[in-house]
Write a protein that binds this ligand. Sequence first.
Ligand SMILES: [Zn+2]
Length: 318
Amino acid sequence: MVTPPTQLNAFCVDLEEWWHICAADTPYNDPATWDAAPPFVVKDTEILMRLLDETGARGTFLTVGWVAEKYPSLIKRLADAGHEIGCHTYYHRVVYEQTPEEFDADIGQCLKVLREISGQPVTAFRAPGFSMKREAFAYAYPILAKHGITTDVSIVPAARDHGGVEGFTRDPFLLRIPPHPTFDLRQPTSMKCWPVSVMDFMGRTTPFSGGGYLRLFPMSLVKRGYRQNHAAGRPGMAYIHPREIDPDQPRLKLPWKKYFKYYVGIKGCEEKLRQSLRTFKFTTIAEVLASVKHWPEYELIHGDIKPATRRPASSAAA
Ligand SMILES: [Zn+2]
């Protein structure tokens, strides 16, 4: 008899449109063009909602503010169905290419919309394209903390296009953030950070549980990735975009490497998600992190994230 899996995993959807692709020159770089573009996000998100419903799972929908403002009833339905709403910025711009002032304004605008529509506190954040790199640590975390973000799921502990911090810790950790008067963060605080799941494979560290990796890798390798993490006592994290399950979406003209990465394996993706959801137990980021008992402490210091060496002056929300 097979024992049912007990280790919780998070199911994350980066809730955005099919043209929200980072660092690419497309006809949709200017948000003024978005209203006239053919919409796919509602139909594709409904497929993901049915998939979660069918497998008795819940998820966290890290939502682009523009999408929420355009389709408020979709966000309300997600919240009513017990899913968690998180923040994926308002305009889906790469974090490290924004000035601190631009990032601050974008996050404020996004959270206002998401909190009003969902009725949830909205405390989880993911950077577009996982673009939380060292260049952005010094301003991004104090700004997120000031806006009431208490969980970040932006860092990929592996090499990546626009984002990715090689050699970074893979475990959830508590990040101590000192006060930052410039960004109006008056008190020291802390944030739960959970790096995106990676696995060891053929001497390399690679993501496996979402995006192009999930679409490209055989299911046996994806399952091995989850089991590797579970064996280390660590929850897994799936991540997907609504467009990744829709073979009918329009194709953007992209450089061939990027084209391959964005459009490979779309036909089989829904079935791979179904298999992941049937094999392992998935829920929201908040519920997974509530089950984590051990929280190593790190600190934001000199623009980097390092294991904490000092006791905090005063501790805030964990
Ligand atoms: Zn995104």
